[in-house]
Ligand binder design. Structure first.
Ligand code: SF4
Length: 240
């Protein structure tokens, strides 16, 4: 399986996994993250993009430290909390990133007019497909590899996440540099580097998506327990 630049995805994933393994010798999970990002930058250059939800600026800080000017994609669904939009502005102003604000084909008003209001209540899978997955696929179509902030600890559905993988649906290399980080690792990184966090976190929103589909999380629940909490839905389709 080859990507746009003609490279074999399986070979790239093997190289990336090797780079990540070597990273363990130079400083645990932080070293692994840096090592694999250095490899990804060397391998993909401008064909690499980072996806962020703006729950915090850990991934923006980490990637822009290793790759100044990194392309950071923010999917602006039209349903974000004002605090999340403020985070995007703050990250853009305070980090050496090239922030790409990707919007759905239709505005919320246009979608309401053609499909009826509150599609997120009647058919959240379709709403996510239109407002998250299609914009992500569009930006990924211009890249060979993407970086996400997925972590194994986030939810029971994510315990298997590798550091470097093939995104077979999109024929891309997917890099999860902080997959192995624990919440304690994240908290330590935030403290050590004075990382911006979305102010909603202080109100119990531990994983922050669109306002209609995100609730605060009570103590002891999965980080993602507040997402689509009134339905069986657990993922938007961007990652899994
Ligand atoms: S999270 Fe909710 S509002 Fe956002 S795209 Fe998905 S269904 Fe729509």
């Amino acid at each position: 399986m080859t990507i746009a630049s003609g490279l074999d995805v399986h070979v790239l994933v093997d190289e990336g996994a090797q780079a990540a393994m070597e990273g363990r010798d130079v400083g645990g999970s932080y070293g692994e993250a840096v090592q694999v990002l250095e490899w990804a930058h060397e391998r993909f250059g401008d064909r690499l993009v980072v996806a962020t939800s703006m729950t915090d600026a850990v991934l923006a800080h980490l990637t822009s430290t290793v790759i100044p000017g990194v392309r950071l994609a923010f999917i602006d669904t039209g349903y974000h909390f004002p605090e999340t939009l403020g985070m995007a502005d703050a990250v853009e102003a305070s980090h050496p990133v090239n922030l790409l604000r990707i919007t759905p084909v239709q505005s919320v008003a246009e979608q309401d007019a053609t499909r009826g209001p509150r599609l997120y209540e009647r058919n959240p899978d379709l709403c996510c497909a239109l407002r998250k997955v299609e914009p992500l696929n569009r930006v990924l179509s211009e890249h060979d590899a993407w970086v996400s902030g997925l972590r194994r600890e986030d939810a029971a559905t994510r315990t298997w996440i590798p550091t470097v993988a093939i995104d077979a649906k999109r024929n891309k290399v997917k890099i999860n540099p902080i997959a192995a980080w624990t919440q304690a690792d994240v908290d330590a990184y935030i403290r050590e580097h004075s990382i911006l966090i979305n102010p909603l976190q202080q109100e119990g929103y531990l994983s922050i998506g669109c306002a209609p589909c995100t609730k605060p999380v009570t103590d002891g629940s999965d980080v993602r327990a507040g997402r689509w909490s009134n339905s069986a839905k657990t993922e938007c389709g961007m990652h899994l």
